[in-house]
Each structure stands twice: as structure tokens, then as C-alpha cells.
Design a protein around this ligand. Structure first.
Ligand code: ADP
Ligand code: MG
Length: 230
């Protein structure tokens, strides 16, 4: 049994157009129950890293192990199922589907591979209740505020109780109070569900609330220097 749910060794990633090497040897070992902030200037590769860890994109080289499996060896079909079972993703701009209601959006990860059962409906409703969206189940995303959309996206990411929850600037588009509410919920659910929570953020407030803070700079990931007591 592996203790670390998420392990990366020496990940490299470049893009060709325009040519840029974004990640230059990323290694990390992260566990369930752990929360990690990834900070760094705009364009330094935070989203690229999250996409690799979420198996939405592939590294040029390096190794990746998630829950003891190697997703880089899987074919598309196996990989889609693996990702669906283990990984929750919250995108910066929520990525809700406009033609579906709130509860349908939350149930999408189930529908991808399964029939909806009563237990799924119960969990979707209970997550949406927790998000303060119990009265919005049949609304469309366009009828929601930014904060409500982001909380819907969080409920969708959590519906399958993922071992790994990856969030790309989850509060980036929200104002102060909505951002704080979303962050409170995120951390509360992370603790209850014992996920490995990875949050890319520009917000020093949010970063400080995670167990660890890592900085991505020059294509490499480093533990942020701990504040030194005077
Ligand atoms: P961050 O999330 O830290 O702001 P990104 O990971 O989005 O940074 O981007 C890192 C760098 O990679 C940027 O220079 C960006 O322009 C480049 N990049 C990202 N995705 C692509 C792509 N699909 N094609 C070409 N360049 C890309
Ligand atoms: Mg980004």
C-alpha cells in the first residue's frame, strides 16, 4: 500500500507554439488528508502542473503515480474512468454546462459511467445543501451568482468522493466575502472527506490556510520559506 496518494518524479512539460519549457523537473509526494497551496506569478505554469496532476494533459517526461497506479500507461478509456473515480477538478471559471440544471451538473461525473441511483441523488442534494444551494437545484448556471456557480462546481468535483481534489484559483473570480465562504466550505469538506487538496491560488489568505505552501518558480516547485519568528 502506498502512503502517498500523489507522487510525481521529474516532470517536464514544454509547449511548441510559442516554444516554452514551463515545467523543469517537478517532484512531489502528497498524501490524503494533506492540503497544499501552489503559488507563483501568472504564467509560471500552475495550471499546466494541475492539468498534469489531474491527468488532463501529459508530461513530456517524468513519472506520475496516483493511488499507486501509473496513469501515463493507461489507454484513453481506462484513464477517463480512473480520473472520474479518483480526481475532482475545480476550474477557475467553473466549467458548468449551461444547458443543465445545478443538480444535473453536479451529477454529471456519475452519469459519465453509471446510472443515477438514489444514493447519488442523496449525496448531490446533501452537498448542495451544504453549499447553501438547496433551493437552487433546478436553476441553470446563468441564473446563479459567481459564488453560487463556484460552489456548484465544488459540489460536482466532490460528488464521487475523490481522493485528490485539484482546484485552480477556486476563489479567483469571487469578491472578498464569497471568496471566504467558498474557502471555508472547501476546507471543511476537505477535512471531512480526507482528500488530498491542491489549491492553486493568488490569494495569500487562502494559501496560508493550507497545511503546506509551495512556490512554482523557474519551472520548479519549492516549499515556501516558513515565516521566521522575530
Ligand atoms: P499559470 O497558470 O501559472 O498562470 P499556465 O500554466 O497557464 O500558467 O501557463 C504557463 C505558460 O505556458 C505560459 O507561458 C503559457 O502561455 C504557456 N501555455 C500554457 N498552455 C499552453 C498551450 N496549450 N500552448 C502554448 N503555450 C501554453
Ligand atoms: Mg492558471
Amino acid at each position: 500500500m502506498t502512503e502517498h496518494i500523489l507522487v510525481a518524479r521529474d516532470l517536464f512539460k514544454s509547449f511548441e507554439n510559442p516554444p516554452v519549457t514551463v515545467l523543469q523537473g517537478i517532484s512531489l509526494s502528497w498524501s490524503r488528508g494533506e492540503s497544499i497551496a501552489v503559488v507563483g506569478p501568472s504564467g509560471c505554469g500552475k495550471s499546466t502542473l494541475l492539468h498534469l496532476l489531474g491527468t488532463l494533459d501529459r508530461p513530456d517526461s517524468g513519472e506520475l503515480s496516483i493511488d499507486g497506479c501509473n496513469p501515463l500507461d493507461m489507454d484513453e478509456v481506462d484513464l477517463a474512468r480512473f480520473r472520474n473515480n479518483l480526481i475532482g477538478f475545480v476550474f477557475q471559471d467553473h466549467h458548468l454546462l449551461p444547458q443543465y440544471s445545478v443538480i444535473e451538473n453536479v451529477l454529471l461525473p456519475i452519469m459519465a459511467f453509471d446510472r443515477i441511483g438514489d444514493e447519488h441523488l442523496v449525496r448531490a442534494r446533501s452537498l448542495l445543501d451544504r453549499m447553501g444551494l438547496g433551493h437552487r437545484l433546478d436553476h441553470r448556471p446563468e441564473q446563479l451568482s459567481g459564488g453560487e456557480r463556484q460552489r456548484t462546481a465544488l459540489a460536482r468535483a466532490l460528488i464521487k468522493n475523490p481522493a485528490v481534489l485539484l482546484c485552480d484559483e477556486p476563489t479567483g473570480s469571487l469578491d472578498g466575502e464569497s471568496a471566504r465562504n467558498a474557502a471555508d466550505l472547501l476546507l471543511e469538506l476537505h477535512r471531512e472527506e480526507h482528500t488530498c487538496l491542491v489549491v492553486v491560488t493568488h490569494s495569500p489568505d487562502l494559501a496560508r490556510r493550507m497545511d503546506r505552501e509551495m512556490t512554482l518558480r523557474g519551472g520548479q516547485l519549492q516549499e515556501a520559506a516558513a515565516a521566521v519568528d522575530p
